[in-house]
Design a protein around this ligand. Structure first.
Ligand SMILES: NC(=O)C1=CN([C@@H]2O[C@H](COP(=O)(O)OP(=O)(O)OC[C@H]3O[C@@H](n4cnc5c(N)ncnc54)[C@H](O)[C@@H]3O)[C@@H](O)[C@H]2O)C=CC1
Ligand SMILES: O=C(O)CCC(=O)C(=O)O
Length: 422
């Protein structure tokens, strides 16, 4: 089940941020009602035939939050906590994220409530095909497009694309984040982590600081966390700690990421990487570092541990890693939080590039993908920074999260209005 943190479920937490920011805008009560709910939700039974002959049924979801700005877009998560509330929260975040990046998409998310680590490859393939087939009635290249999230990846998207093709005819644009050999975009695998570091660089520059002087800790060393760490090192930051579900490691001199990757490949976890110190449980979040990058689950910084967080820059690579109660504490302390709807939007931005490449049957090279990604991430950061600066009073700063949701809400409300949705 999705976890309740600081008295709120994930969807309640995201909706709290929505209402807080909606107060900044002049939207009507009816628009507020519409945008705080979801357009369509489906729950499907997904039977799994296990290799040992047993049978199991798990549940899958697809939630379409808002489609005013274009086709629904968002990843699919395989995780035991991916219930309807969690998926609603993630779908809502996608609506604001695509609007903030000015992508022609709405917001959606999928989830299957399962531990993918407990399934072998044929079982995962069968589960993926069945899930895609069950939700396919509401999917479509110009209706709703899947992508990877936690517990899923390029291989999952390849199976989804194939399952869709068998039913409706081949169409690579039905999913993004596919293997490059099947029409995926170069640079999509790194895009979310790379985008995090692009906006971090901008915030660091605005603060008159320099990457070479800053230490970084990354929680979660999967697709997003490992690329964020790698791109941070490329930009001159010192990555001193990383962790995954198996444990954490630290080296104050800066981790050798090639050695970490080699150990991960062999051991299946970063924990125990030679020549590093071991970290206990949630210790990584409270290390004495300059930059903290949560890149795993939501709700990891709460009112119970926020007073121990020492970083003064937080990059939300994960979706909703900070609860509203903890966010308020960080805001009052003057900690800069680069919110999820900005920081991790590099993934969906390159998904947009992949979708357009598929529709045009034309491939971009990596320089073009990364150049366009940087341009869009910087533009979004500057928009939010300037929005916040224009509204900061002597007593109160609104902060980047409130600015981000306000900009997103204004754009979505305007599109809904222009369409005559009401
Ligand atoms: N994949 C993408 O393009 C995007 C992902 N995100 C968000 O980024 C986060 C990570 O997603 P991915 O990297 O795709 O997932 P992934 O499945 O590739 O990696 C997840 C990582 O988190 C680790 N992890 C899980 N529980 C943990 C715990 N309790 N403590 C420490 N580490 C833990 C796992 O061991 C793994 O290293 C999620 O919140 C996701 O919603 C956001 C935007 C796009
Ligand atoms: O690439 C995409 O379409 C969606 C990525 C995603 O699920 C997210 O940004 O949380």
């Amino acid at each position: 089940m999705a976890e309740v943190q600081d008295g709120m479920t994930p969807f309640e937490a995201v909706t709290h941020f929505f209402h807080q920011a909606a107060d900044e805008t002049g939207i009507s009560d009816t628009t507020r009602d519409i945008l705080s709910g979801t357009y369509r939700e489906i729950r499907v039974q997904v039977p799994i035939a296990r290799a040992d002959g047993s049978k199991e049924v798990v549940y899958g979801y697809r939630v379409q939050h808002n489609g005013a700005r274009g086709p629904y877009k968002g990843g699919v998560r395989y995780h035991p906590h991916a219930d309807i509330d969690e998926v609603r929260a993630l779908a809502s975040l996608m609506t604001w994220k695509t609007a903030i990046l000015d992508l022609p998409f709405g917001g959606a998310k999928g989830g299957v409530q399962v531990d993918p680590g407990g399934l072998n490859r044929p079982e995962l393939q069968a589960l993926t095909r069945r899930y895609m087939s069950q939700v396919s009635y509401i999917m479509g290249t110009h209706r709703d497009i899947m992508a990877p999230d936690m517990g899923t990846g390029a291989q999952t998207m390849a199976w989804m694309m194939d399952a869709w093709g068998q039913k409706y005819g081949h169409d690579p644009a039905i999913v993004t984040g596919k293997p490059v050999e099947l029409g995926g975009s170069v640079g999509r695998d790194a895009a979310t982590g790379r985008g995090c570091i692009v906006v971090l660089d901008e915030a660091v520059k605005d603060a008159g600081r320099h990457p070479e002087d800053l230490t970084v800790a990354v929680q979660g060393y999967g697709n997003v966390g490992s690329w964020a760490a790698r791109c941070a090192v490329e930009q001159g930051y010192r990555v001193v700690a990383v962790s995954d579900v198996g444990g954490g490691i630290r080296d104050p001199r800066g981790l050798d990421l090639d050695a970490v990757d080699a150990h991960l490949e062999e051991a299946g976890t970063v924990a125990g990487c030679p020549d590093t110190e071991a970290l206990e449980g949630g210790e990584l979040l409270t290390l004495d570092v300059d930059v903290l990058i949560p890149a795993a689950l939501g709700g990891v910084i709460t009112k119970d541990n926020v007073d121990d967080v020492r970083a003064d820059l937080i990059v939300e690579a994960a979706n909703h890693p900070v609860t509203p109660a903890a966010d308020e504490v960080l805001h009052d302390r003057g900690v800069t939080v680069l919110p999820d709807v900005l920081a991790n939007a590099g993934g969906v931005t390159v998904s947009y590039f992949e979708w357009t490449q598929n529709i045009q049957m034309f491939h971009w090279d990596l320089d073009r993908v990364n150049g366009e990604l940087r341009k869009r991430m910087r533009r979004a950061y500057e928009t939010l920074r300037d929005y916040a600066a224009a509204r900061d009073g002597e007593e109160a700063r609104i902060g980047l999260r409130r600015a981000a949701f306000a900009v997103g809400v204004e754009r979505v409300a305007r599109a809904a209005d222009l369409r005559g949705y009401l």
